[in-house]
Every structure is written in C-alpha cells, then in structure tokens.
Design a protein around this ligand. Sequence first.
Ligand SMILES: NC(=O)c1ccc[n+]([C@@H]2O[C@H](COP(=O)([O-])OP(=O)(O)OC[C@H]3O[C@@H](n4cnc5c(N)ncnc54)[C@H](OP(=O)(O)O)[C@@H]3O)[C@@H](O)[C@H]2O)c1
Length: 293
Amino acid sequence: MNNEGSTILVTGAAGTVGSEVVRQLSAKGQIGIRAAARSANNPTFKDLKSVEIVELDYNKPETLATAFKDVNKLFLLTPFQSDMLDLTSNLVNAAKKSGVKYIIKQSVMGVDAEPGITPGRLHRQAEKIIEKSGIPFSFLRPNFFMQNFVNFYSSMIKSQGALYAPAGDGKVSFVDVRDIAAVAVQALINDNQHKGKSYNITGPEVLSYGQAAEILSRELGKEIKYVNIPDEDARKEMKDMGMDDWSANSMIELFDITRKGYASDISSVVEELTGRKPISFSQFVKDYAQAFR
Ligand SMILES: NC(=O)c1ccc[n+]([C@@H]2O[C@H](COP(=O)([O-])OP(=O)(O)OC[C@H]3O[C@@H](n4cnc5c(N)ncnc54)[C@H](OP(=O)(O)O)[C@@H]3O)[C@@H](O)[C@H]2O)c1
C-alpha cells in the first residue's frame, strides 16, 4: 500500500456512504483514518480500533481547524441541502489552510446534463469550488443508492407491503453504497492513478421501481407492491416527514428525470477499479433483509 502514514479525513463519516468508506479503509489495514461526525461520541465506529473519531461541524470554524490538522487526503461529503455550496467552501478553505494534497468529492451522476436539475447543478458548482482551489481531486458521481430503499422506504415496505414513489416505469441503475465506498477507497489509497478523474458509479443492471418491488417480493418471500403516485402526493408525504420545500422540490425533479429514463446509464467503473462486478439489487436485498422485515 502506498502513502502509508498519511492522515485521511472522512467527512460525513457517520452517514450512509461515509461509514462504509471508513469501514473499508479500516478493513484494508489503512492507518491514519480520521472519521468526522458532528458528535465525537458518535457510536458508529466504536468497534474499529484503528479509527480516530473527531468532532466536525462544517459551520463551526473551531471544529474545522482541529479536524483538518495533519490531514493529507480528504473524502468530502456534504448533505444535499440548499446551503451545500457554503458547506463545501468551508471544507475546501480548511483543506487549503492545512495543506491537503487530494480531495475526493461525493457528487452525483448527471452533473454535466444540460439544462440539468437542481441536484446536478449544485453538485457541479461544488465540484468547481474544488477545481478552483488548485488541490488535486477526483469526483465520484453515483446514481441513486440501493440503500435509499432502507433509509426512505423500509418503513412502508414493512408496514404496508408497498413501495410508493412517483417514478413511473422509469429505469434506474441503482448502486450499492458499498460499491461507491470501494471505489473511494481505491482512489484514496492509489490517488496518483485517479487525480483529475470523474467517475460515474452505477450498479450492474437497470430496474424500474416495479421490477425492484418484484425482487424485494422474491427475496423477502412476501408480496411488495409498487404504487406509482402523483408528484403532489409524494410532495405531501415528504413534507409530512419534515422535509423543507426546497428539498422536496429537488426530490420531485429527481423523480421527473427518472420517469423520463435519464437515470438509466450503466458504467463499468466499479469493475474497472475494484476488479469485481458491482453488487446486484437482489444481493443487496439479501444482505439487508432484516431492515425490510
Ligand atoms: N441518496 C442518493 O441516492 C444519492 C445519490 C447520489 C448522490 N447522493 C449525494 O450523497 C450525499 C449524501 O450522502 P449520504 O447518503 O451518505 O448522507 P447521509 O447518510 O445523509 O449523511 C450525511 C452526513 O453528513 C453529516 N453532516 C450533515 N450536516 C453536517 C454539518 N453541518 N457538519 C458536519 N457534518 C454534517 C451528518 O453527520 P452526523 O451524522 O454526525 O450528524 C451525516 O452523517 C449528498 O451529497 C447527496 O446529494 C445521494
């Protein structure tokens, strides 16, 4: 392994992608892993002895200075929210100050689409902040996560045996976040091979939400129905869950491009960088079956 001894700071480390990046770096025996969470007492990595947990709030300069001390490489992940560019600037400025030599940014597939939609446009603007910083970078641009089915749909799947979404029959090359993390880890460890590159990251197949529901039914041994709902019903449901208008509108834009088939490209990046095929949706359901029961 090259670059031994360098400190890698993983932001968003208690989240869906970041936690996998930390676990996989640790499993590879990488030393100097610093996992940033808003609370230093976050229990996510309590069993991983090689991981240092640091408190980091992107809006609190005093936590930025401590978290970035002696950091050489940065996995940069911000939540998707309306102030995402401010959060990105705060992180990139801290990276510049502390002499970070490489940034991997978690972005999104479709950032280069014209005219595009809010999530893609915002992530592209965030990528440009990094490009302007002069720090070498790689951009990871994944499609919709398979883990969205756990994080957003598992309670309706469990309680109603149904998957409600305004996705029509549009097909999506869903990707397992474990594959995104595997690509991130390859790039963090072998950064010289990946500097300046952008990677679309997808799963191995395209599936409509109806086909995803069929696979869920087969793997879980009970019927899960897909119900295509109007945008307005989805918007109401998201607002009832506490989502703000800006975020709900962005989600509706994502479902619109999904219905139109713009989320269906397949990339070979996972296999090229890891030497193995990406995880299929049925394998994902097998591995996460408990979350749906
Ligand atoms: N979901 C998808 O299908 C999809 C597809 C492509 C790209 N993306 C992109 O992926 C990113 C989301 O990744 P994810 O699902 O792994 O996120 P996530 O699970 O929601 O985790 C986000 C993490 O960000 C941390 N965070 C939030 N605000 C913070 C702040 N002010 N300071 C420090 N940390 C903060 C949280 O830390 P704490 O836990 O400590 O609070 C949390 O762990 C977004 O940029 C999204 O656009 C998502």
